[in-house]
Design a protein around this ligand. Structure first.
Ligand code: LLP
Length: 419
């Protein structure tokens, strides 16, 4: 089931603190993260797999790169799946050692390969081209390969990554030759990786992918390369709708680890959950500026739009919404919850029943912790918003809202235009 929140005197509570007070104190829009939930989610996913075999969680930090959130997970003992040099450096900055980070890029430049490798971070290679280039840049280094398993899964076609012909990974029929070539080049080959896609809600595709990986592991062994780990990528979905079922993570863990232990000599399983760890830790609070009856539709116009949370506009993603200051009250009518961006595609939620929304109310958008802030933008010259961490009834700022001035910081008007 989707995560629910407590209400106190008609007000939504998060991490023991009133959502309305947070909105008053820090302004809106604001992303509010519950630290305890973050720790619990990490422990739940780690515990589910590590009871069966040696497991490493590499948090896919693309989901949420706030430094405070990275730091909490660092304290929990997490590793990192990083996709860019920027993510690598953010994680190093908060105390992850390079050996806890794995870099899985796509269409990576030589400069970035060198920079990542110079920092001592292991590279998970996405293509033959990348391998050949790394052989010149960092000969003999530790590597693994991302393969295209021919199995895809995800909440939207835009985030399915594992199907045959995908942009990502070594095509199946080239995998053995690529491992053989890597051996000839003198790489220290550690493992194999696949990622089927993001937001899948069923166990089967993960099992199908694992079958493919296991077969490859044994074929690779037959050419004299013993791998240490299988990395099954991320992609475990979470419920976004009130009655939606959760994926059976316990069952997934048991089945996956069973297969690996029965059919291979692999010692370590790596997982790269992003959404599972951060999604339901966070709500986006946004203030109602305007309420409009447009005849065929009623609109609740908020101060957050797709500049702040792009998932509905980009993937037609469903995010549950509630009025934080009228929490649990009977709903009156159906509304579209929309933002301040000058496009009709700018919306947060379609056709939701809400309790008499009025100007000044606070809308809480649920499940905003994964790919929420990290995908936000300055479109319409709106500053990036603040982020707050709540723990034990106390709220702390973990990112200041940007100012308008900051948006001009890197822009240059050529002198001649000012003459
Ligand atoms: N590992 C790799 C190699 C990935 O590419 C990704 C996500 C993950 C792990 C983590 O996947 P997760 O556990 O979070 O599903 N912006 C989209 C999701 C894009 C996911 C990209 N790759 C969204 O808002 O739904």
């Amino acid at each position: 089931m989707m995560r629910e929140f407590e209400g106190k005197d008609g007000v939504m509570m998060i991490g023991g603190k009133s959502a309305v007070e947070i909105a008053e104190e820090f302004g809106t829009p604001v992303y509010v993260t519950d630290e305890q939930r973050l720790r619990d989610n990490y422990r739940r996913i780690y515990g589910a797999f590590s009871r069966y075999m040696d497991t490493k969680i590499h948090y896919a930090c693309k989901a949420n790169t706030n430094l405070a959130i990275l730091k909490v997970l660092e304290q929990e003992g997490s590793g990192i799946d990083a996709v860019s040099i920027g993510e690598v450096k953010s994680c190093l900055k908060v105390g992850y050692t390079p050996d806890r980070i794995m870099y899985t890029g796509v269409n990576v430049s030589d400069a970035e390969l060198k920079a990542v490798s110079d920092l001592g971070v292991m590279i998970n290679l996405d293509s033959v081209s990348e391998m050949e280039r790394l052989a010149d840049i960092a000969p003999g280094s530790d590597v693994s390969f991302r393969v295209t398993p021919g199995v895809g899964s995800g909440h939207s076609a835009k985030v399915i990554t594992g199907s045959k012909g995908a942009k990502f990974g070594i095509p199946l029929d080239e995998v053995i030759n690529t491992y053989a070539r890597a051996k000839d080049l003198g790489f220290n080959i550690k493992g194999i990786h696949a990622h089927i896609g993001s937001g899948g809600q069923v166990v089967e595709p993960f099992m199908d992918m694992m079958e493919v990986l296991i077969e490859l592991v044994n074929e690779i062994k037959a050419i004299g390369i013993d791998l240490e780990f299988i990395d099954m990528g991320g992609g475990i979905g979470v419920p976004y709708k009130p009655q939606e079922e959760e994926m059976e993570v316990g069952e997934l863990a048991m089945n996956i680890t069973d297969m690996i232990q029965e059919e291979t000599d692999i010692k370590t399983l790596i997982l790269e959950p992003g959404r599972y760890i951060v999604c339901d830790t966070t709500v986006l609070l946004t203030r109602v500026n305007d309420v409009k009856d447009a005849g065929t539709k009623k609109y609740v116009g908020c101060d957050a739009g797709f500049n702040t949370l792009i998932r509905p506009a980009m993937y037609d993603s469903y995010h549950y919404v509630a009025l934080a200051n009228k929490f649990g009250r009977a709903c009156t009518d159906k509304y579209d919850v929309v933002g301040p961006i000058c496009e009709s595609g700018d919306y947060l939620a379609h056709d939701r029943v809400l309790p008499d929304p009025r100007e000044g109310d606070i809308v809480a958008v649920y499940n905003a912790g994964a790919y929420g802030f990290s995908m936000s933008s300055n479109y319409n010259s709106r500053p990036l918003c603040a982020e707050v961490l709540v723990n034990d009834g106390k709220a702390e700022l973990i990112r200041e809202a940007e100012t308008e001035e900051e948006q001009w910081r890197h822009q240059i008007i050529p002198e001649r235009l000012l003459r």
